[in-house]
Design a protein around this ligand. Structure first.
Ligand SMILES: [Zn+2]
Length: 333
């Protein structure tokens, strides 16, 4: 009988092993951004199917061919964690089985006892989606230090960039001792809705607060953001308006972003006539992958580009039906 500690170790080692085996472009399209878990599953030759599963989150199937089922009825972060958990069952050579909501609430790093196979798959999922090196890369890019990572608003923005839930990230940061156990408990109690409300201010009132609110700055340039159609992006960019340069988001509009607010703020401590912060609040009206570019130029000389801000958006809609690989196999058979 495997002990809880052995199961955690097994899941951790297997996640590290798979990270070292895969090439960087399979793990994420841009290194240092969210693990592309659905592509990783595809790359292992495992069929991935999204469908309504009643109250279940996912299942690992192992009949003639290995397969993973993921519910269509939960957020992208939960779908991604479920897919990683089921991949854990596959790479750890577990038996077929189904999973419910308990994979989200139990902590493999806590003191309560659970089935060793489930502990190993949970640990695999957490370590595969949130390896310590990736957390460090995101923090370095964003210039978040160990003090700022204690703040719920920062943890929430990091969770978005890793494509995981706030709760899953808090548990993992506690496991890495980036948060102390007591700080972890405090930040888990934080109401995320108030963080979201603070980011949107009075600009927009979303129909409900299940959507995510991303705060983007120049530090997100050239990254890949995996988001959902209902999400809002609050984009804060420095604008050299005193020199006549203005951000132009026409291309983002043409690509399918609806700009729901467009504001200018004097940077803190700045004098009249100096740089301002331009703040766009945008919502995608498209799904799929798009490269979006905004440029800062003078309206009378659009070719003189002072700065450019480019981000890849992957707006995922919960997929229904077999994945592309499976469809191709069926067609080829
Ligand atoms: Zn399981």
């Amino acid at each position: 009988m495997t002990s809880q500690r052995d199961a955690v170790l097994e899941g951790t080692l297997e996640a590290e092993q798979l990270h070292s085996e895969l090439n960087a472009n399979t793990i994420a399209r841009v290194p240092g951004t969210a693990v592309d878990i659905f592509s990783v599953i595809d790359s292992r030759g495992i069929n991935l199917l999204f469908q309504k599963l009643g109250g279940l989150l996912g299942a690992y199937l192992n009949f003639n061919k290995r397969g993973i089922l993921v519910t269509t009825e939960r957020t992208l972060a939960i779908q991604r964690f479920t897919a990683a958990h089921e991949l854990g069952h596959a790479v750890l050579n577990h038996r077929a089985g189904i999973d419910g909501d308990d994979i989200l609430t139990r902590s493999p790093f806590g003191t309560q006892r659970y089935l060793p196979e489930e502990v190993a798959a949970d640990t695999f999922a957490a370590m595969f989606l949130m390896p310590e090196y990736l957390i460090n890369e995101v923090a370095t890019r964003q210039r978040w230090d160990s003090a700022s990572i204690q703040q719920p608003a920062v943890i929430y923005q990091m969770a978005l960039r890793l494509g995981v839930s706030y709760e899953a990230l808090v548990r993992t940061l506690t496991k890495y001792k980036i948060l102390s156990a007591s700080r972890g408990r405090v930040v888990l109690d934080e109401e995320i809705k108030s963080i979201k409300r603070g980011l949107l201010g009075n600009r927009v009132l979303p129909p409900d607060w299940r959507c995510n609110i991303w705060e983007l700055t120049e530090r997100d340039a050239e990254s890949v953001l995996i988001a959902e159609p209902n999400d809002f992006f609050v984009i804060r960019l420095r604008e050299m308006s005193s020199a006549g340069y203005l951000w132009n988001v026409q291309q983002a509009r043409e690509a399918g972003f609806s700009i729901v607010a467009d504001e200018r703020f004097l940077s803190a401590g700045s004098e009249i006539g100096s740089d301002v912060e331009r703040r766009f609040t945008a919502q995608p009206t498209f799904t799929g992958q798009k490269d979006i570019r905004a440029v800062q130029s003078r309206p009378w000389d659009p070719d003189d580009i002072a700065e450019e801000f480019r981000v890849k958006f992957d707006i995922a809609r919960p997929a229904i039906g077999f994945t592309l690989r499976h469809r191709m196999e069926v067609l080829a058979a």
